[in-house]
Design a protein around this ligand. Structure first.
Ligand code: ZN
Length: 146
């Protein structure tokens, strides 16, 4: 089966610094909402004082939550912004590294507290992309694509 996709153009491009002790997911979402973004590509690096990540259990169709209460490097965040129920929703995955350099990774959740962070956000201009509940996976996935 072929992948369905929609074409976008790059719009404004932002570099931003995350506030100390902010919640990573909330800060990204607020930034996108404040700047009127409907679709974007997001990338970030930095450091965290604690994190919550999720692993999607495909049988149960629910997220298992992993709470990591230690200081971490935000080695990589990759994500996107689309709309859910008409509001901006950030979907991001993170690779975090521990003091010994080992990595843990997963679906970014709250609470995840920022120590420091640098964000690259690229606005995508085009038809707003809305999430819809998908019966097969139990996830809210991108809906009607061309
Ligand atoms: Zn995810």
């Amino acid at each position: 089966m072929l992948m369905k996709a929609r074409k976008y153009e790059f719009g404004r491009v932002f570099l931003g610094r995350l506030p100390y002790e902010s919640d990573l997911l909330d800060a990204l979402t607020a930034f996108c909402a404040d700047n009127g973004l409907n679709a974007a590509f997001l990338s970030a690096i930095g450091a965290l004082t604690m994190a919550t990540i999720g692993f999607y259990n495909q049988e149960d169709k629910s997220y298992e939550t992993i709470l990591i209460e230690e200081t971490l490097e935000l080695a990589s965040l990759t994500g996107n912004l689309s709309l859910k129920d008409g509001k901006p929703m950030v979907h991001a995955h993170v690779v975090l590294s521990r003091e010994n350099g080992e990595a843990v990774a997963g679906h970014l959740m709250s609470p995840t507290r920022v120590f420091a962070g640098e964000v690259f956000a690229a606005e995508l201009r085009g038809e707003p992309l809305a999430r819809e509940f998908d019966e097969t996976t139990g996830l809210t996935l991108w809906g009607a694509l061309l």
